[in-house]
Design a protein around this ligand. Sequence first.
Ligand code: NOJ
Length: 735
Amino acid sequence: MISQKQYCNEEVSRKIDELLSQMTVDEKIGQLHQLGPSPVGGFEISLDELKKMLDAGAITQKEYEQSARGFKVDEREDEVRAGTIGSFLGLYGAEKCNRMQKVAVEESRLGIPLLLGFDVIHGLRTVFPIPLAESCSWDMEMAEKTAAVAAKESAAVGLNWTFAPMVDIARDARWGRIAEGAGEDTYLGSRFAEARVKGFQGESLADPENIAACAKHFVAYGAAIGGRDYNTVDMSLQTLYETYLPPFKAATDAGVATFMGAFNDLNGVPCSTNPFLYKTILRKDWGFNGMVVSDSMALQNCLDHATVADRADVARQALQAGMDMDMHSTCYHDFLKELLENGQISMEDIDTAVTNVLRIKFALGLFENPYTDEFLADKVILCDEHRALARESAKKSIVLLKNNGVLPLKKDVKIAVVGALADNAEEMLGTWEGIGRGEDCISVTAGLQNAGVQFKFAPCCSLDGAFDEAELSATIKDADIVIACVGESKEDSGEASARCDITLPGRQDEMLAAIRAQGKKLVTVLFNGRPLAIPEAVENSDAVVEAWHLGVEAGNAVCDVLFGDYNPSARLTTTFPNHSGECPTYYNHLPTGKPAAEMKYTSKYIDAPLVPLFPFGYGLSYTEYAYSGLSANVTENGIDVTVTVKNVGAVDGEETVQVYVHDVLASRSRPVRELKAFGKVFLKAGEEKQITLSVARKDLEFYDMQLNRIFEAGDFEIFVGHDGTAPLSGEVAVE
Ligand code: NOJ
């Protein structure tokens, strides 16, 4: 694992000082300037889309014209030669990247290489399950491996930096970007943050197979009010420190090279210009030595936050807050020099940011070798080994939500397949598909063919409202089993895809009801990027398989589960509400003064059940596990929880043992329960194993009203079991 210390060793510091002493102001500012493919938001945008933005007043005529002309990052050679661009977003392809690195290294005055970043969120061309899906595996080794493969493929196309992992805690399923993270839990999210950083960065950034990671979005972006993307975040500092910061701290401790600021404001101050975040928390308190980049156009967006007078003012505020690199807004490029000349910023402000950027370039070994083997991509991209890992991770991400015994299916029954998502390979990619292609993906119908299963297929119901009942009747008439592939399109989650109604889009619910009405056995397979509020769909189905957006091997993995070649082992990392109106909903809430109960004057909705549709940690398997012999022993380091788990069913399986803790009495109200340890254990049918899981003493601490981190001695309740509703198993006193 890389440590933060490695970014600023003496030798590197000396080299950086030497460079700084030779750099002009323009060259220094160049290092802080990142550009993307289009002047509008850093993305390639279609002409249609551009025109719409122009008509809506979202972009100026000048921006429109520049973009429409086809502003391309690989046409910026002159600026790179002049040393006035330090990084690109969205430039990839070994040959293109080599050409641009050559200009930077061999044709610019000081030969400083480029940082080449891209959103490699769940794989590059080998697209893995969306991060939310992968988090349901609770498998850190797997997360590390998939990130390592993503890094290897990225490096093979000339990239050296990914804008991942997203480590935002998300408690509101309406927020589309819940798809990009590890769910609602801080402890689990922190473990995934570490694993993914380790996977991308490996043991050394200088290894040509590794790339720099980026912990984003700093901070609390997942707490946008109402789940509406980019919305205000208003929260107590205690909640910030206890719930939202820990995954970022874990990423820092795992050696993450870079951070990205969030779009949102935090209690009124835009994250892009908030010195408390970068100077105090990140640098002073956590000892972060890497570099911080803004989100795309986020500096420019401060004009709309209305906390800056103009673009020059935002450049000043952001730089002085500790924002090292400006992604795409050109505020630094356009104004830092003027601000320096006017004495509004100092050379030291600029040098500090440049130093942070150069550290990462040194750590990546780019000064020694910025080039990529141009024959590598063909060998590694989407190779058999990577595909095999994609199938493995996809199987492990599928959560079995309901099964009345219909699953696993036999291959020789009469099967009908319906639903718009059944034969749509491209939809399997999910949000942020890297450079993934629909043609690489296995749909469910293709997976069934690969498995040698006979079936009859017709979509019958689109995602946007067209439902052909006659087609449905004709398709399912002779079937014993109907597999309905329903859910959300990949565009329905991810950035700028908040939904206020998180039920099944269109008339898909109606289709499921119609299948049920015809007396057919119904297996519903869900493809979605967020928890859905689907009580009727669950009620109408004999089995419900949560398949998320699983990437290139989706269809094969779904079939592995449907036919019992893989015994599902995944567990939800987000709560599924009964109704959209329950959002935000999460298991580790405070008890309140009137805890929810079946009586008036308690904290609940009068028109919704007391419990969620599916709780955090939930997931079924084709076997069952019995727990016995529980004990909890207090040690110097915390609490050791020991339990015997037995596979009491007829098939082998993997159980995720979950340990939750509740602080019985504290000076601030504490969550009703919080995950504090977990372990995965593989058990053959009939086998039992004793397992000990340790709750760290530091994880029993919390923040007092003065924001001191404290431990209060006293009793702690321990809950151990299969999911977030695991029964109480004991109480221990910790001194
Ligand atoms: C905006 C997104 O918020 C961020 O996550 C992403 O990395 C950048 N755009 C760059 O694409």
